[in-house]
Design a protein around this ligand. Structure first.
Ligand SMILES: Cc1cc2nc3c(=O)[nH]c(=O)nc-3n(C[C@H](O)[C@H](O)[C@H](O)COP(=O)(O)OP(=O)(O)OC[C@H]3O[C@@H](n4cnc5c(N)ncnc54)[C@H](O)[C@@H]3O)c2cc1C
Ligand code: FES
Length: 233
């Protein structure tokens, strides 16, 4: 583990902040770090850029990170895990804080000249972040306060999925299950990659706490998996 300073904190809303580190982590989009805030648990967080994580408060550690002050020191292990594969015509599907790794992916693919569409769903307008950062963006909100009323599914169902060379998805397991079903029906699963989340302890394939149904470890074999490998989530 190495320690770095948090040089900047952007508070997107009450529940979500981006913490920028004093260093650039050698990484690719989709990889995660194990982050240790002294006094709290070490937790896995996807990189939202080579030098940042974007955190949503769901428990004690994430709440402390969302409220963290600039200048604090955090311990980092990683980057770990398998990244997303590059593509030239990309559809990015993100639900909730699943937008964090997708921001890094979007910026990376954009630099490579890719044609990218982003479908991003949240519960309500106030939960959305980075809406000015994506050129070709379709928003969905469950309460209809912004974009299409509904979930990302309502937007995905309107897409001609055959025009994309790669489809990337990250969100809660309910969302991923539903997206999996739509992609399977459209016979495009072979070009889809899903980023999964599971409870993690070691982050390096040793402890077994992140094993999924087919015996794969999310930390080592993922967190990004070809959709054809994960089967029924
Ligand atoms: C590879 C990976 C990348 C992740 N990237 C991000 C990210 O970029 N931004 C972000 O905000 N969060 C991310 N998470 C989730 C984050 O690790 C958890 O929210 C965090 O560990 C919760 O810690 P806590 O102490 O605040 O809450 P806890 O008290 O541990 O848990 C609070 C609630 O969150 C649930 N929870 C805890 N851990 C997870 C988990 N891993 N997946 C789903 N639910 C969980 C618990 O069941 C409980 O309901 C990622 C998780 C993984 C495995
Ligand atoms: S977190 Fe220990 S094996 Fe994956």
């Amino acid at each position: 583990m190495y320690f770095t300073k948090v040089k900047k904190v952007v508070r997107h809303n009450k529940k979500v902040s981006t913490l920028y580190f004093d260093l650039k982590i050698a990484s690719y989009p989709g990889q995660f770090v194990m982050l240790y805030l002294p006094g709290y648990e070490e937790i896995p967080l996807s990189l939202s850029s080579p030098s940042s994580v974007t955190v949503k408060a769901v428990g004690e550690t994430t709440q402390a990170l969302v409220m963290a002050d600039e200048g604090i020191a955090v311990g980092i292990r990683g980057a770990f895990g398998n990244p997303f594969s590059p593509s030239d015509k990309a559809l990015i599907i993100a639900g909730g804080i699943g937008i964090a790794p997708m921001k890094y992916l979007y910026d990376f693919l954009k630099k490579c000249g890719a044609d990218i569409k982003v479908i991003y769903g949240e519960k309500s307008e106030g939960d959305l972040i980075w809406t000015d950062e994506f050129e070709n963006l379709i928003i969905t909100t469950e309460d209809g306060s912004a974009g299409i009323k509904g979930t990302v599914l309502d937007a995905v169902n309107k897409e001609d999925l055959s025009r994309y060379s790669r489809i990337y998805a990250c969100g809660n397991s309910e969302m991923l299950k539903a997206v999996y079903g739509v992609l399977k029906k459209a016979e495009v699963l072979h070009k889809a990659e899903f980023s999964l989340e599971r409870f993690m302890r070691c982050g390096i394939g040793v402890c077994g706490s992140c094993v999924i149904e087919n015996g794969l470890r999310v930390c080592n074999d993922g967190p990004v998996f070809p959709a054809t490998v994960i089967g029924n989530l």
